[in-house]
Ligand binder design. Structure first.
Ligand code: CO
Ligand code: ZN
Length: 348
C-alpha cells in the first residue's frame, strides 16, 4: 500500500483521546508483520518492537484526535457537548459530525441560527462551544436514547481526506495520523542496530499522557516524537518565523519558548547531520505555542534525550488541515536514515 492510502485510512478513522480503539486496531494490523512483538499497554498505547542490541530508541506519534463528548441531552433531543482538546469554537459551527455509540456511529450536525434571524450584534459575536448544540434528527430525549446515544459518547467531525493540488492533502486528524503513518513506515523500513520501539500514544491532546507512561516503562536511550507543526505560510499570519509547506520536515530546536521542550543537542545533531548527509531538506523551528509528546518523554526518570520531527501543517485543529506529501515522504526518509545512525549519538 502506498503512503497516501495509508494516511487516508488513518485520517478517516475516528478516535478522540481515550477512545482510540479504531485507530489502534488499524495500527496493529499495519505493524504486526514487521514487528518482533506488538503490545497494548494498560493506558492503551500500542508498543511495537523490532529487536536489536541493548540500546533502545523510541519513536512516538499520537493516535488521538481532538473532538467532543456528549454531556447533556435536552428534552427536545438536542445534544450539548464539552470539547476534548483545543478547538477554536468558530471552526466547529455547522460541521457535520459523528456521535459514537456502542452500536456504531450516528450522523449529527452542529446547528445554529441562520443569518436571516440574527440580530446585528449576534453576527459579530463569537459563539462558544458551550452554547452550541448537535442535532441528530431526533424529536425527543427518548428518541436520542433509542439511538443508543448517552452521556459520555465521543463525537468527532465527519470529514474524509482529499487531495489538494498536485502534492497536498486536506482532512481531519492529520494531527497526528500523519505522524502515525510516518512512524509506521519508518518502523518497517529502518535498518536500525538499536532496539526500536514504535509507540503510538494515547491522550496526547489532553496532556501528553500516553507518552509519559510508555516512556517510563521503556526507558529508552533516545526518543523522537513525530507530529505536525504550525506552518506560517498563508495570509494573515504575523509571526517572525517561517515554516513553509514543501520545504521539508521541521526539526524542533525549542517549543513553547523553552517551557515545553528544549531539544537535546545530540538528538538535534543526529537529525540535522542525517538530513545533510542524505540531502533531505529540513527547517528549524523555534516555537512559542504548542508542544508534543517529547515534552513528557524527556522528563521521564532521570531524563531521556529527546527531539521532535514535525510535518508542517496548515490550519491545525480544524477539519481542513493541509500537508504536503513531499514533506511527509522526507519525514519518513529522515526518520529511517536517522535510526540507522542513532547509536553514534547516544554517548552522553
Ligand atoms: Co494537536
Ligand atoms: Zn499532534
Amino acid at each position: 500500500m502506498d503512503s497516501l492510502a495509508l494516511l487516508e485510512k488513518l485520517c478517516n478513522a475516528h478516535g478522540i483521546s481515550g477512545y482510540e480503539d479504531e485507530v489502534r486496531d488499524l495500527i496493529i494490523s499495519e505493524v504486526e508483520e514487521t514487528a518482533d512483538s506488538v503490545k497494548v499497554d494498560r493506558m492503551g498505547n500500542v508498543i511495537a518492537v523490532r529487536k536489536g542490541d541493548e540500546k533502545k530508541v523510541m519513536l512516538a506519534a499520537h493516535m488521538d484526535e481532538i473532538g467532543f463528548m456528549v454531556k447533556h441531552v435536552e428534552e427536545k433531543g438536542f445534544l450539548r457537548v464539552t470539547p476534548i482538546g483545543g478547538w477554536f469554537s468558530q471552526t466547529v459551527l455547522n460541521q457535520r459530525c459523528f456521535v459514537h455509540t456502542r452500536d456504531g456511529k450516528i450522523t449529527g450536525v452542529f446547528g445554529c441560527k441562520p443569518p436571516h434571524i440574527m440580530k446585528e450584534d449576534e453576527r459579530k459575536k463569537v459563539i462558544k462551544i458551550e452554547d452550541m448544540f448537535i442535532d441528530v434528527g431526533a424529536e425527543s430525549r427518548e428518541e436520542v436514547e433509542e439511538m443508543g446515544i448517552e452521556i459520555g459518547c465521543p463525537v468527532t467531525l465527519d470529514r474524509e481526506l482529499a487531495k489538494l493540488g498536485k502534492n497536498r492533502v486536506t482532512g481531519k486528524a492529520i494531527d497526528d495520523r500523519a505522524g502515525v503513518a510516518a512512524v509506521i513506515e519508518a518502523f518497517r523500513s529502518a535498518e536500525c542496530e538499536a532496539t526500536l520501539y514504535a509507540v503510538f500514544t494515547v491522550q496526547e491532546e489532553v496532556g501528553l499522557k500516553g507518552a509519559r507512561t510508555s516512556a517510563f516503562s521503556i526507558n529508552p536511550d533516545m526518543a523522537i516524537a513525530v507530529d505536525v507543526c504550525v506552518a506560517t505560510d498563508f495570509p494573515g499570519v504575523n509571526v517572525n518565523q517561517e515554516i513553509n509547506l514543501g520545504k521539508g520536515p521541521a526539526l524542533t530546536v525549542v517549543d513553547a519558548s523553552g517551557r515545553g521542550l528544549i531539544a537535546h543537542r545530540s538528538v538535534l545533531r543526529l537529525l540535522r547531520e542525517t538530513a545533510e548527509k542524505n540531502e533531505i531538506p529540513y527547517q528549524l523551528e523555534v516555537g512559542e505555542g504548542g508542544t508534543t509528546d517529547a515534552t513528557a518523554i524527556h522528563l521521564t526518570r532521570e531524563g531521556i534525550p529527546s527531539g521532535v520531527v514535525s510535518i508542517p501543517a496548515r490550519y491545525i485543529h480544524t477539519p481542513v488541515e493541509v500537508i504536503d506529501m513531499k514533506d511527509y515522504e522526507n519525514t519518513v526518509k529522515l526518520l529511517s536514515k536517522s535510526l540507522e545512525r542513532c547509536e553514534k549519538y547516544m554517548k552522553f
